[in-house]
Design a protein around this ligand. Structure first.
Ligand code: ADP
Length: 248
């Protein structure tokens, strides 16, 4: 019954005290694609993202991942199924090196209880995989740099490496380009393209030129509902989309 859809939302709705931040949103994310969720401020993107990553319970609707209803599952349980949300930089330990951060993420992935100081030896066994992940995100030369000393864009790359340590089949990225200058944007865009070669990606992103260059499919939200869906060429020409952005 695999129709190429890895993640589907059906009638996803979130009400906050009578206000519908997300209402009746249905989405289908195809396996292997980069799918972007865009829309003007207040459109419901963050709420939708938090519903899909299980950080908020929906008022109504269902979320299906690889044919399995995950609506009632915890973020940790869905991460074990391979659906992983990238964590913000605050999840990276600033006083540990880039290598140590990835090692810890690998240890967590194995389900070991987290006790950094007692488990240095155990962590060493993850060295090879940790180095490979740092290389994948272009951080080999920063292995021994403390995470807190990394430039902003490199920190985001480290955050992505710790997420990849969970071995995701699908990654959910919350504004991966937020707060970045041109050079970092280009570097992270190239990284997202690279990691998408064997993973599905859903991202909320404000930077429309990045969305245009990376996304296979774009869903435009406005006032909590799906306004349009398609590739960039089609949604960017859609008069309803233009109006939603101008009117925002
Ligand atoms: P976006 O990410 O597209 O800017 P959000 O999902 O953050 O949009 O917000 C959509 C709407 O829902 C906004 O009007 C916002 O004020 C409202 N909203 C979001 N979270 C809450 C909340 N916890 N309580 C009440 N209203 C909320």
């Amino acid at each position: 019954m695999d129709d190429g859809v890895i993640l589907a939302a059906d009638d996803l709705t979130k009400e906050f005290k009578g206000f519908f931040a997300v209402e009746g949103v249905s989405l289908k994310i195809k396996r292997g694609q980069i799918h972007a969720l865009i829309g003007p401020n207040g459109a419901g993107k963050t709420t939708c993202f938090n519903l899909l990553t299980k950080f908020l319970p929906p008022t109504r609707g269902r979320i299906i991942y690889k044919g399995q209803d995950i609506t009632a599952m915890s973020p940790a349980d869905i991460a074990r199924l391979g659906l992983v949300r990238s964590f913000q930089i605050s999840a990276v330990f600033p006083h540990l090196t880039a290598l140590e951060n990835v090692r810890i993420a690998l240890q967590r992935q194995r389900g070991d209880s987290f006790d950094f100081w007692r488990s240095q030896k155990v962590l060493l066994q993850f060295d090879e995989r940790a180095r490979a992940l740092l290389a994948e995100v272009g951080l080999s030369e920063f292995e021994q740099t403390e995470a807190g000393d990394l430039p902003y864009g490199r920190k985001r790359a480290l955050e992505i490496a710790t997420t990849l340590a969970l071995d995701p089949e699908m990654l959910l990225l919350d504004e991966p380009m937020a707060g970045m200058g041109h050079e970092d944007v280009d570097r992270i865009a190239a990284l997202i393209r690279r990691i998408s070669a064997d993973r599905t990606i859903l991202m909320v992103e404000h930077n429309l030129s990045v969305v245009a260059s990376l996304s296979d499919t774009i869903t435009v939200l406005a006032r909590g509902k799906v306004l349009a869906e398609g590739d960039y060429a089609s949604v960017s020409k859609d008069p309803r989309v233009i109006e939603a952005y101008i009117g925002a």
